[in-house]
Design a protein around this ligand. Structure first.
Ligand code: PYC
Length: 399
């Protein structure tokens, strides 16, 4: 789907670190919409091998803050045309998304989110337990008697897509427009110069040679703190594993996406019939993608509280990704105090759904050296100003 290049060129207009969905989407729109084609996308591993290929593919825009709702709503709009853009089937499938509420406090947050969503034209509504029962007759609403469902936030546009294909589509589209994708290419350092007006980027040193460039976009997960250290910047990001697992294929029985913050579960059924399931972050900082028996056991237990009839179903795979968590659960995007160094980071557990809008807004930001209006609330400087963009109430599950 894209060419392999034996050598790096001595210089590029833009170097993008990270050949995941976000990095590739930024390269694609830089080439397509801004006419910048002399771009290298570098990845120390392989295309889509990070969180793009490890997430549970949920797409939604039912956020809590104005910044979040507008941003993800634009993403959902872009998702809908993407398969056509790429001429590639992304298996984009609108399913509807239920976030269950098991407490009065959760119900209050659902009503709050529904009102903010509706204010910005996003379809969401708070529904009561009877409406949940009508929509999800296969579910034990008492959840094993432990956490009865009181209602939910229902978000009709909630969708899933085939995650690998998203990376392939953006990668192929970028490659066809002249972008070079270099896998197995690790960044060792980023060179800066300071001629009196503050630091600016002049090059990138990789394990395959040095590149001259004036613009570097950091679009990775798990290694953001190390890359920031290369340019003398710090962020409040802390890295936790997020695990997921998939069942054997079953006959279709689950159309919508179901999330329970209190039971720490999200689940959807793919076109192939597998149940794709995830839970909360591992509760400690760790830079490893190992997966644990504890996780499979506790997630299965909570799945069975909601769907006891699944007790004979086999789990066939489990894995982990590295989630760059921020204190306010919003991403860190945009220009930085280092001229020519741009950030698309802090995606925690919510980055896949933002892939198209990140590509659009970061390509604009890199091309024009000014933040796109849609990412104004996500700058790194918000932590210095104590002006957080509090999205914790819209996380998929409690972390
Ligand atoms: O943000 O919808 C989400 C999500 C689902 C799984 C992890 N995050």
């Amino acid at each position: 789907m894209f060419a392999a290049h034996a050598q790096l060129r001595p210089s590029y207009d833009v170097v993008i670190i990270g050949a995941g969905g976000h990095g590739l989407a930024s390269a694609y729109y830089l080439a397509r919409d801004h006419g910048i084609r002399n771009i290298a996308v570098l990845d120390k591993g392989y295309l889509g091998g990070g969180n793009t290929g490890r997430n549970t593919t949920i797409i939604r825009s039912n956020y809590l803050t104005a910044e979040g709702v507008k941003f993800y709503d634009e993403s959902v709009r872009l998702w809908k045309d993407l398969a056509q853009d790429f001429d590639l089937n992304l298996f984009y499938s609108t399913r509807g998304h239920f976030t269950l509420a098991h407490t009065d406090a959760a119900m209050r947050t659902m009503r709050w989110r529904a009102e903010v969503n509706k204010h910005f034209g996003v379809q969401s509504e708070a529904i009561d337990a009877q409406a949940v029962a009508d929509a999800l007759p296969m579910m034990d609403l008492s959840c094993g008697g432990r956490a009865p469902v009181l209602g939910a936030l229902y978000h009709a546009p909630g969708a899933i897509a085939r995650h690998d294909a998203v990376a392939w589509g953006y990668g192929r589209g970028a490659d066809r427009r002249g972008v070079e994708i270099h896998q197995q290419t690790a960044v060792r350092s980023i060179e800066l110069e300071d001629r009196g007006s503050g630091p600016s980027v002049v090059g990138v040193v990789t394990d395959r040679g040095r590149i001259s460039t004036r613009k570097v976009l950091c679009a990775v997960a798990g290694a953001t703190p190390q890359l920031l250290a290369m340019v003398g910047l710090k962020s409040p990001i802390y890295v936790h594993p997020l695990q997921a697992m998939v069942s054997e294929p079953l006959k279709p029985w689950l159309d919508p996406i179901i999330v329970s913050g209190s039971l720490h579960v999200y689940v959807s059924q793919t076109a192939r019939g597998e149940l794709v399931m995830g839970a909360s972050l591992d509760p400690y900082e760790l830079h490893s993608t190992r997966s644990t028996f504890d996780f499979a056991e506790s997630l299965s237990m909570h799945m069975l509280e909601m769907f006891p009839f699944l007790s004979d179903v086999k789990i066939v795979r489990q894995w982990a990704g590295l989630a760059d968590m921020t204190p306010d659960f919003a991403p860190i995007m945009g220009t930085t105090p280092v001229r020519g160094f741009y950030l698309d980071s802090g995606w925690g557990t919510w980055g896949f759904k933002a892939t198209p809008v990140c590509g659009k807004t970061m390509s604009y930001t890199v091309a024009s050296d000014a933040n796109h209006p849609l990412i104004e609330g996500f700058g790194l400087d918000r932590f210095r100003r104590y002006a957080l963009t509090g999205e914790k109430g819209a996380a998929a599950v409690g972390h």
